[in-house]
Design a protein around this ligand. Structure first.
Ligand code: SF4
Length: 248
Protein backbone atom coordinates (compact mmCIF):
# COMPACT_ATOMS: atom_id res chain seq x y z
CA UNK A 1 0.00 0.00 0.00
CA UNK A 2 1.31 3.42 -0.90
CA UNK A 3 2.26 5.58 2.05
CA UNK A 4 0.11 8.47 0.85
CA UNK A 5 -2.95 6.22 0.72
CA UNK A 6 -2.30 4.93 4.24
CA UNK A 7 -2.06 8.52 5.46
CA UNK A 8 -5.36 9.34 3.81
CA UNK A 9 -7.00 6.36 5.48
CA UNK A 10 -5.63 7.26 8.91
CA UNK A 11 -7.01 10.74 8.40
CA UNK A 12 -10.38 9.24 7.46
CA UNK A 13 -10.27 6.90 10.48
CA UNK A 14 -9.84 9.71 13.00
CA UNK A 15 -12.17 12.01 11.10
CA UNK A 16 -15.00 9.51 11.59
CA UNK A 17 -14.28 9.05 15.32
CA UNK A 18 -14.06 12.83 15.69
CA UNK A 19 -17.39 13.32 13.94
CA UNK A 20 -19.08 11.18 16.60
CA UNK A 21 -17.36 12.83 19.55
CA UNK A 22 -15.52 16.06 18.70
CA UNK A 23 -14.14 16.76 22.19
CA UNK A 24 -13.67 13.47 24.04
CA UNK A 25 -12.75 13.53 27.74
CA UNK A 26 -11.54 11.03 30.30
CA UNK A 27 -14.33 9.23 32.12
CA UNK A 28 -12.40 9.41 35.40
CA UNK A 29 -13.75 11.88 37.96
CA UNK A 30 -11.29 14.59 39.01
CA UNK A 31 -11.17 18.24 39.96
CA UNK A 32 -7.48 19.15 39.72
CA UNK A 33 -4.20 17.94 38.20
CA UNK A 34 -3.44 16.10 41.44
CA UNK A 35 -6.78 14.28 41.64
CA UNK A 36 -6.46 13.30 37.97
CA UNK A 37 -2.96 11.96 38.59
CA UNK A 38 -4.25 10.00 41.59
CA UNK A 39 -7.27 8.66 39.69
CA UNK A 40 -5.20 7.56 36.69
CA UNK A 41 -2.67 5.87 38.94
CA UNK A 42 -5.48 4.05 40.78
CA UNK A 43 -7.02 2.94 37.47
CA UNK A 44 -4.02 0.76 36.51
CA UNK A 45 -5.39 -2.74 35.88
CA UNK A 46 -8.82 -1.63 37.13
CA UNK A 47 -11.88 -0.09 35.50
CA UNK A 48 -12.62 3.63 35.51
CA UNK A 49 -16.02 2.77 37.01
CA UNK A 50 -14.42 1.08 40.02
CA UNK A 51 -12.14 4.07 40.54
CA UNK A 52 -15.03 6.54 40.22
CA UNK A 53 -16.94 4.69 42.93
CA UNK A 54 -14.05 5.06 45.36
CA UNK A 55 -12.47 8.44 44.72
CA UNK A 56 -15.27 10.94 45.54
CA UNK A 57 -15.15 10.03 49.24
CA UNK A 58 -11.34 9.93 49.24
CA UNK A 59 -10.95 13.26 47.43
CA UNK A 60 -13.54 14.85 49.72
CA UNK A 61 -11.05 14.57 52.56
CA UNK A 62 -7.76 14.59 50.65
CA UNK A 63 -7.72 16.56 47.40
CA UNK A 64 -4.15 17.86 47.69
CA UNK A 65 -0.78 16.11 47.93
CA UNK A 66 -0.29 17.45 51.47
CA UNK A 67 -3.63 16.11 52.70
CA UNK A 68 -3.11 12.76 50.95
CA UNK A 69 0.39 12.38 52.39
CA UNK A 70 -1.02 13.21 55.82
CA UNK A 71 -3.63 10.49 55.42
CA UNK A 72 -0.90 7.91 54.74
CA UNK A 73 -1.32 4.37 53.38
CA UNK A 74 -3.42 3.20 56.34
CA UNK A 75 -5.78 6.14 56.00
CA UNK A 76 -6.11 5.79 52.21
CA UNK A 77 -6.63 2.03 52.19
CA UNK A 78 -10.26 1.88 53.45
CA UNK A 79 -11.37 4.25 50.66
CA UNK A 80 -9.90 2.23 47.80
CA UNK A 81 -10.56 -1.33 48.95
CA UNK A 82 -12.88 -1.96 46.01
CA UNK A 83 -10.08 -1.21 43.50
CA UNK A 84 -7.74 -3.98 42.39
CA UNK A 85 -4.24 -4.02 43.92
CA UNK A 86 -5.44 -1.58 46.57
CA UNK A 87 -2.72 -2.29 49.12
CA UNK A 88 0.10 -1.44 46.71
CA UNK A 89 -1.84 1.51 45.34
CA UNK A 90 -2.46 2.94 48.84
CA UNK A 91 1.28 2.84 49.54
CA UNK A 92 2.09 4.36 46.14
CA UNK A 93 -0.49 7.14 46.47
CA UNK A 94 0.83 8.16 49.89
CA UNK A 95 4.46 8.05 48.70
CA UNK A 96 3.62 9.87 45.45
CA UNK A 97 1.89 12.62 47.42
CA UNK A 98 4.80 12.96 49.82
CA UNK A 99 7.22 13.25 46.89
CA UNK A 100 5.08 15.95 45.29
CA UNK A 101 5.21 17.90 48.56
CA UNK A 102 8.93 17.35 49.11
CA UNK A 103 10.25 17.81 45.56
CA UNK A 104 7.65 19.83 43.67
CA UNK A 105 6.04 22.14 46.20
CA UNK A 106 2.79 20.18 46.01
CA UNK A 107 2.46 20.83 42.26
CA UNK A 108 2.11 18.12 39.60
CA UNK A 109 5.06 18.59 37.20
CA UNK A 110 4.45 18.99 33.47
CA UNK A 111 7.39 16.76 32.62
CA UNK A 112 7.34 13.09 31.66
CA UNK A 113 10.59 12.14 33.40
CA UNK A 114 9.59 13.87 36.64
CA UNK A 115 6.13 12.27 36.54
CA UNK A 116 7.64 8.82 36.02
CA UNK A 117 9.86 9.29 39.07
CA UNK A 118 6.70 9.30 41.21
CA UNK A 119 5.81 5.98 42.89
CA UNK A 120 3.23 4.02 40.90
CA UNK A 121 3.44 6.30 37.86
CA UNK A 122 4.45 4.63 34.61
CA UNK A 123 4.55 5.90 31.06
CA UNK A 124 0.82 5.46 30.49
CA UNK A 125 -0.19 7.50 33.55
CA UNK A 126 2.36 10.17 32.70
CA UNK A 127 1.04 10.37 29.14
CA UNK A 128 -2.58 10.69 30.29
CA UNK A 129 -1.70 13.49 32.72
CA UNK A 130 0.45 15.32 30.16
CA UNK A 131 -2.39 15.12 27.66
CA UNK A 132 -5.43 15.85 29.85
CA UNK A 133 -3.88 18.46 32.14
CA UNK A 134 -1.07 20.06 30.17
CA UNK A 135 -2.44 19.55 26.64
CA UNK A 136 0.60 17.72 25.32
CA UNK A 137 -0.24 15.65 22.21
CA UNK A 138 0.73 12.36 23.88
CA UNK A 139 -1.03 9.09 23.09
CA UNK A 140 -1.21 6.84 26.16
CA UNK A 141 -1.57 3.15 25.35
CA UNK A 142 -3.78 1.15 27.68
CA UNK A 143 -5.40 -2.22 27.02
CA UNK A 144 -8.14 -0.70 24.81
CA UNK A 145 -5.79 1.42 22.72
CA UNK A 146 -3.43 -1.54 22.36
CA UNK A 147 -6.24 -3.77 21.09
CA UNK A 148 -7.66 -1.22 18.64
CA UNK A 149 -4.24 -0.27 17.26
CA UNK A 150 -3.48 -3.93 16.56
CA UNK A 151 -6.85 -5.04 15.24
CA UNK A 152 -7.18 -2.14 12.86
CA UNK A 153 -3.58 -2.35 11.72
CA UNK A 154 -3.26 1.32 12.63
CA UNK A 155 -0.11 0.73 14.69
CA UNK A 156 0.61 -2.98 15.18
CA UNK A 157 2.98 -3.85 18.00
CA UNK A 158 3.76 -6.60 20.46
CA UNK A 159 4.05 -4.27 23.44
CA UNK A 160 2.81 -0.83 24.49
CA UNK A 161 6.02 0.95 23.56
CA UNK A 162 5.92 -0.39 20.01
CA UNK A 163 2.26 0.61 19.65
CA UNK A 164 2.84 4.06 21.15
CA UNK A 165 5.78 4.68 18.80
CA UNK A 166 3.70 3.49 15.85
CA UNK A 167 0.79 5.76 16.75
CA UNK A 168 3.13 8.68 17.27
CA UNK A 169 4.49 8.16 13.76
CA UNK A 170 1.23 7.61 11.93
CA UNK A 171 -1.38 9.83 13.63
CA UNK A 172 -1.52 13.24 11.92
CA UNK A 173 -0.72 16.17 14.20
CA UNK A 174 -4.23 17.57 13.91
CA UNK A 175 -5.69 14.44 15.56
CA UNK A 176 -2.99 13.81 18.18
CA UNK A 177 -4.48 15.83 21.02
CA UNK A 178 -7.60 13.65 21.23
CA UNK A 179 -6.30 10.41 19.65
CA UNK A 180 -5.88 8.65 23.00
CA UNK A 181 -9.46 9.31 24.06
CA UNK A 182 -10.96 8.43 20.67
CA UNK A 183 -9.10 5.12 20.63
CA UNK A 184 -9.85 4.29 24.24
CA UNK A 185 -13.58 5.03 23.84
CA UNK A 186 -13.70 3.10 20.57
CA UNK A 187 -12.11 0.11 22.29
CA UNK A 188 -14.29 0.36 25.36
CA UNK A 189 -17.64 0.67 23.61
CA UNK A 190 -17.29 -0.57 20.01
CA UNK A 191 -14.14 -2.60 19.42
CA UNK A 192 -14.71 -4.55 22.60
CA UNK A 193 -12.39 -7.41 23.59
CA UNK A 194 -14.72 -10.41 23.35
CA UNK A 195 -17.25 -9.39 20.70
CA UNK A 196 -16.28 -6.33 18.68
CA UNK A 197 -19.34 -4.53 17.31
CA UNK A 198 -18.13 -4.62 13.71
CA UNK A 199 -21.58 -4.27 12.08
CA UNK A 200 -22.07 -0.87 13.72
CA UNK A 201 -18.43 0.21 13.69
CA UNK A 202 -17.83 3.58 11.99
CA UNK A 203 -14.44 2.46 10.65
CA UNK A 204 -15.39 -1.05 9.58
CA UNK A 205 -14.45 -0.54 5.94
CA UNK A 206 -11.00 0.72 6.97
CA UNK A 207 -10.31 -2.21 9.30
CA UNK A 208 -8.71 -5.46 8.04
CA UNK A 209 -9.35 -7.43 11.27
CA UNK A 210 -10.61 -10.97 10.73
CA UNK A 211 -12.83 -12.55 11.68
CA UNK A 212 -15.15 -9.58 12.14
CA UNK A 213 -18.34 -10.02 14.09
CA UNK A 214 -20.87 -10.84 11.32
CA UNK A 215 -24.13 -9.70 12.90
CA UNK A 216 -25.22 -7.91 16.03
CA UNK A 217 -28.41 -8.56 18.03
CA UNK A 218 -31.68 -7.70 16.26
CA UNK A 219 -31.94 -4.33 18.02
CA UNK A 220 -28.82 -3.14 16.17
CA UNK A 221 -28.91 -2.17 12.48
CA UNK A 222 -25.86 -3.48 10.60
CA UNK A 223 -23.87 -1.15 8.35
CA UNK A 224 -23.52 -1.81 4.66
CA UNK A 225 -20.87 -4.12 3.25
CA UNK A 226 -17.26 -2.99 3.69
CA UNK A 227 -15.60 -1.12 0.86
CA UNK A 228 -12.32 -2.18 -0.63
CA UNK A 229 -9.13 -0.95 0.97
CA UNK A 230 -7.97 -0.50 4.55
CA UNK A 231 -4.83 -0.43 6.59
CA UNK A 232 -2.24 -3.15 6.28
CA UNK A 233 -3.26 -6.48 7.75
CA UNK A 234 -2.57 -6.67 11.51
CA UNK A 235 -0.03 -9.09 12.88
CA UNK A 236 -1.06 -11.71 15.42
CA UNK A 237 -0.31 -10.22 18.85
CA UNK A 238 -1.35 -10.75 22.44
CA UNK A 239 -4.90 -9.62 23.28
CA UNK A 240 -3.61 -7.13 25.81
CA UNK A 241 -0.30 -5.45 26.55
CA UNK A 242 2.21 -6.79 28.99
CA UNK A 243 2.67 -4.42 31.94
CA UNK A 244 4.02 -4.12 35.43
CA UNK A 245 1.72 -4.59 38.38
CA UNK A 246 0.14 -1.47 39.84
CA UNK A 247 2.14 0.83 37.62
CA UNK A 248 0.20 2.39 34.82
S1 SF4 B 1 -14.45 -3.39 12.34
FE1 SF4 B 1 -14.59 -4.61 14.23
S2 SF4 B 1 -12.48 -5.18 14.71
FE2 SF4 B 1 -12.39 -3.46 13.24
S3 SF4 B 1 -12.26 -1.59 14.52
FE3 SF4 B 1 -14.41 -1.94 14.08
S4 SF4 B 1 -15.18 -3.13 15.82
FE4 SF4 B 1 -12.94 -3.29 15.84
Amino acid sequence: MKRSKARTQVDEFFGRLAARNPAPKTELLYSSPFTLLAAVMLSAQATDASVNKATPALFAIADTPAKMAELGPAGILPYIKTIGLYRTKAKNLAALSQMLVDKHGGVVPADRALLQELPGVGRKTANVVLNAVFEHPTIAVDTHVFRVANRTGLAPGKDVTEVEDGLDRIVPDKWKMHAHHWLILHGRYTCTARLPKCPICPVEDLCPYEPKTPVMPASVTPRSQPKKGGFSRPRAVAASPRGKRARG
